[in-house]
Ligand binder design. Structure first.
Ligand SMILES: [Zn+2]
Length: 201
């Protein structure tokens, strides 16, 4: 135990030294009052925002599957999502909508936002995040189909002077009946459009 602790303490201090050095290279004085504890805070924040690497999405879902004879669409919409783009380490954030049609098994509803968080708390691109959520649902629940739509705004686009400050990116991934049936896909898309107040997420 003691050895593990010493290793992680060493990792902590070297990460903080690295972040301190980053502040110097950006032209800052890491010893001024406001910045003294910034390497420590950045380190904690980065660890939190990437803790999805240490969580197993399949395990989370496996523990919450129930046999139920319900074969209508289940939708969890407007799931808040915050992630970091892997190209700039800047946030992208928005809403995730997830739907599936059970085939004898359902998943505890609270597990779907958990799944979104696990994949969002890694360095990501929006397209891969969308696919990972859909495919993990498909593998774990074996439903008739899965649909995932992600709408997000990217600070790397908004803050870097690209003249598209109000644009958002929409990605989707459809599997099974959501891919095969226009009617199913339309039902999903119309249900996530309903109750939208101007799309300001
Ligand atoms: Zn980016």
């Amino acid at each position: 135990m003691k050895k593990v602790y010493e290793q992680s303490a060493l990792a902590d201090s070297s990460t903080e030294e690295l972040l301190r050095e980053l502040l110097v290279r950006l032209g800052e004085d890491p010893d001024r009052d406001g910045l003294k504890r910034t390497p420590e805070r950045m380190h904690k924040a980065l660890e939190h925002l990437t803790k999805g690497y240490h969580e197993d999405p399949e395990k989370v879902l496996q523990g919450a599957l129930f046999n139920v004879t319900y074969d209508e669409m289940v939708i969890v919409k407007d799931i808040e999502m915050f992630s970091l783009c892997e190209h700039h380490l800047l946030p992208f954030f928005g809403k995730v909508h997830v739907a599936y049609i059970p085939n004898g098994r359902v998943i505890g509803l609270s597990k779907i936002p958990r799944l979104v968080d696990i994949f969002a708390r890694r360095l990501q691109v929006q397209e891969r995040l969308t696919v990972q959520i859909a495919e993990t649902m498909q593998n774990a629940i074996q439903p008739l189909g899965v649909g995932v739509v992600v709408e997000a705004r990217h600070l790397c686009v908004m803050m870097r002077g690209v003249e598209k400050q109000h644009s958002s990116a929409v990605t989707s991934h459809m599997l099974g009946s959501f891919r095969a049936s226009d009617k199913t896909r339309e039902e999903f898309l119309s249900l996530i459009r309903n109750g939208k107040n101007g799309g300001s997420f």
